[in-house]
Every structure is written in C-alpha cells, then in structure tokens.
Design a protein around this ligand. Structure first.
Ligand code: AMP
Length: 188
C-alpha cells in the first residue's frame, strides 16, 4: 500500500503514521524528519535549516532527491506511508512520474482535515513537549499560510484522480486512528 497523508501542520500526520507503521508494518516516510536529520553543520543542512526555521518549504529538487533515494530501499518496494509529502503540485507530479516509471501507483490519499485555530493551539503545546525550532507562533502562522497556498492545491491534484479520503483530524487521536485503520483495512 502506498498512501499519501496530507493535512496542515499540527493535524497529527506524524503521530498517526507512526501508529499505523506499528500496526501494519508499512514504512513511514516523513520528509520533515528526513530533512531535519541532515547534519546541521553541513552546507546542505544549513540550506535546509534556512527554510525550515522560517516555516517555508524546502526546494522541490532537494526533497525529491531525498525521497527518491529512500524509495529505492528494499523495505519501501511493497509500499510506504508518505507523511508531509508531496507538499507542492510539482512534487505530486514528480511523484506520479516516478511511480509510473516504477510501474507502481498510489493506493489512496488521506486528507487530515482540521480547523486552523485548533491547530495553532496544538502546535504551541507540541512546541513545549518537543522543543521544535519551527513551532513558534510566527512560524506556525507562516506554515499554515504555506499549506493553504502551496499544499491545498495538491488535494485538487489528487481529487482529479479520485484518490482522496477525508478524515476529521479534530477528533480524539484514538478515534482518528480507528478511522484510518478502517480505511486501510478496506484497501487491503
Ligand atoms: P513537518 O515535520 O512535516 O511538519 O515538516 C517540517 C518542515 O520541513 C516544513 O515546514 C518544511 O520546511 C520542511 N518540509 C517537510 N516536508 C517537505 C516537503 N515535502 N517539501 C518541502 N519542504 C518540506
């Protein structure tokens, strides 16, 4: 199964994907985690940080390079959960192309839908727990804006392929998880 998770920052993509990976054994590809894992003392790490720290998206070519490399790992061949990727229509088109080349396809796209005001509160709480440099009030506002401008159109891209299933991310995490499991079970 190859599933894309799309939702604004704070909608719970990472938390839910981690739990789904535990239950279904499908690898979790978080581009945010992959980008944060690049050594901050390297030139590439500094370049990436210059985007992440202000709540802007890293360049498509860079994200694609990291994702394509990871997709070649044998554990990703049967499938994976894409968390936070694709975040632009260009990334979605490049992913379509890559999957076509590999004679693979997406199984579905899950939209974790939530109200921005609730997300701000959630992310401020997460900032205290995880000490993330991009969870300040200013960068949160910027990331929500980036979602609306650059990532929401990705949903239209996948709606046109009839791939999107929407889940209410305002529910309790356990309820969201149950709904996601029901979707994954129906796809198996
Ligand atoms: P996340 O952990 O998914 O909230 O991502 C944190 C930050 O990493 C984002 O605000 C972006 O700066 C960067 N990032 C993560 N995924 C992508 C992506 N697919 N394209 C560009 N930038 C990304």
């Amino acid at each position: 199964m190859r599933i894309v998770f799309i939702g604004p920052p704070g909608a719970g993509k990472g938390t839910q994907c981690k739990r789904l990976t535990e239950r279904y054994g499908i690898p979790h590809l978080s581009t945010g985690e992959m980008l944060r894992a690049v050594d901050r003392d390297s030139a590439l790490g500094r370049l990436i940080a210059s985007y992440i720290n202000v709540g802007r998206l890293a360049p498509d070519y860079l994200v694609m390079r990291i994702v394509k490399k990871r997709l070649l790992d044998p554990d990703c061949v049967p499938g994976c959960l894409f968390d936070g990727f694709p975040r632009t229509v260009a990334q979605a088109e490049l992913l379509d192309e890559h999957l076509r080349d590999q004679q693979q396809r997406l199984t579905c796209v899950i939209h974790l839908n939530a109200d921005p005001a609730m997300l701000v509160q959630r992310m401020l709480r997460r900032a205290e727990l995880e000490n993330r440099i991009d969870d300040t009030e200013q960068t949160i506002a910027q990331r929500l804006e980036v979602f609306e401008q650059q990532t929401r159109p990705v949903l239209d891209h996948y709606h046109a392929q009839s791939l999107v299933r929407t889940v209410d991310a305002a529910l309790e995490p356990a309820q969201v998880f149950d709904q996601l499991c029901a979707i994954l079970d129906s796809l198996a």
